[in-house]
Design a protein around this ligand. Structure first.
Ligand SMILES: *Cc1c(COP(=O)(O)O)cnc(C)c1O
Length: 408
């Protein structure tokens, strides 16, 4: 077993191997005095931690991350998950867990920003992140300006004296613009501005955010890490410079994840590499098929040339995942609903990253302020682990229903 992310010769293990090994420390999977142990760290449920005596209680170090202290500070199940996520990014100094992806985003921003600071936010950002900026952060005196996802090194022209942080999300989870992360990081570094990345779509497996110089990497674990549509969770990993502030911020706000949820997320994480590979390949095959269909005006998948930032995707990402969108070639709300309603293998619901396919209508009203991507009726799909030919046949029959609804 390796709990360091390195092989016996001290060489870093590849990402897929780390996903299998990480967090399975002997002290979390075995019993003292007995050789061997079980494969997975069990669920350690705890609020109270019992101490041997008063002296032991008095000497307990609250800042020792792997010492039982009090339930809110976690126990081996959540430590194992946090360690496994940290090991996905060799540049990470540590990871904190949160009860949802939005909690991770707000936890990171509240840990790093103070009244009077300005935040630069990508215009294609996840809607609830925008709501946080326009609501609580604004009320606290933290202002947000939105920038074009394709801005690249031009971001430097936006810097003010009080610009404290730049938030990226690449690709956007509705319109799939790919950002030039290295160019933005270079401009930010020159001015000592913090960079954060919502890396939920690619995960560190396909886009090494911290390895590209980003300071803080955020995941809605709800999506691909959990992978089975049954747990809400978020994580924030940070480099050594910012890790103490992220950790302190989470503790101050009382943020944590339940051990049962951590156990399920850890189970999901073990198969992340195979799920992403399969779902990514299926999604690309379906995106290519859609791009040849007369009923489809445009496919927004970063691996296809119609998608903004396609060249950057080819340069920076190892491959794609299972989420993309496409624009129907006409019709309106009614016809789009007829298409989605007649899909037999796609559930209709929010979220994504699970093993099962989903489809939803996408509307950008209220979600853009710096850019206005003109779009026809958009449909976003999460491609799951079903057989790709079955999914294509299902979409094909639903497109026929759509065409019928459009009329001659
Ligand atoms: C879903 C999502 C989130 C929020 O995650 P929750 O667990 O639903 O709070 C954040 N960012 C992106 C890109 C998402 O898709």
């Amino acid at each position: 077993m390796s709990d360091s992310g390195k092989d016996k010769g001290g060489k870093p293990l590849s990402a897929a191997t780390r996903l299998v090994q990480a967090g399975r420390r002997a002290e979390w999977t075995g019993m003292p005095g007995q050789p061997g142990g079980i494969v997975n760290p069990p669920v350690w449920r705890a609020s109270t931690i019992l101490y041997e005596d008063v002296a032991h209680l008095r000497s307990a170090d609250v800042n020792d991350p792997h010492r039982l202290y009090y339930g809110r500070r976690g126990a081996p199940t959540s430590w194992a998950l946090a360690e496994a996520i940290t090991q996905m990014e060799p540049e990470a100094a540590g990871t904190m867990l949160y009860p949802s992806g939005v909690a991770a985003i707000s936890g990171a921003l509240l840990a790093l920003l103070r009244p009077g600071d300005e935040l630069l936010m990508v215009d294609s950002v996840y809607g609830p992140t925008r709501a946080l900026c326009e609501g609580l952060l604004r009320e606290m005196g933290i202002t947000t300006r939105y920038y074009d996802p394709l801005i690249g090194s031009g971001i430097a022209d936006l810097f003010h004296a009080n610009t404290r942080a730049i938030f990226m999300e690449s690709p956007g989870s509705l319109t799939f613009e790919v950002q030039d992360i290295p160019a933005i990081v270079a401009a930010a570094r020159e001015r000592g501005i913090i960079t954060l990345l919502d890396n939920t779509w690619a995960t560190p497996l396909l886009l090494p955010g911290l390895g590209m110089g980003v300071d803080v990497s955020i995941l809605a674990c709800t999506k691909y890490i959990v992978g089975h549509s049954d747990v809400m969770m978020g994580s924030v990993s940070a480099n050594a410079a910012l890790w103490p502030r992220i950790r302190q911020g989470a503790h101050t706000l009382g943020q944590m994840a339940s051990p049962d949820d951590a156990w399920l997320a850890l189970r999901g994480l073990r198969t992340l590499a195979v799920r992403l590979k399969h779902q990514g390949e299926s999604a690309l095959a379906i995106a290519r098929w859609l791009s040849g269909r007369p009923e489809v005006a445009r496919v927004l998948h970063p691996a296809l040339p119609d998608c903004a930032g396609h060249d950057i995707f080819l340069r920076d990402f190892a491959s794609g995942t299972g989420l993309f969108a496409f624009e129907l070639a006409g019709g309106g709300e009614r016809e789009r609903a007829a298409f989605i309603d007649s899909l037999g293998l796609f559930g209709i619901g929010y979220s994504w990253g699970g093993y099962e396919s989903l489809a939803i209508p996408v509307d950008l009203k209220g979600l853009r302020s710096a850019t206005a991507p003109a779009r026809g009726p958009l449909v976003r799909v999460n491609i799951g682990l079903e057989d790709v030919a079955d999914l294509i046949a299902d979409i094909e029959q639903a497109l026929a229903v759509w065409k019928e609804a459009i009329g001659p």
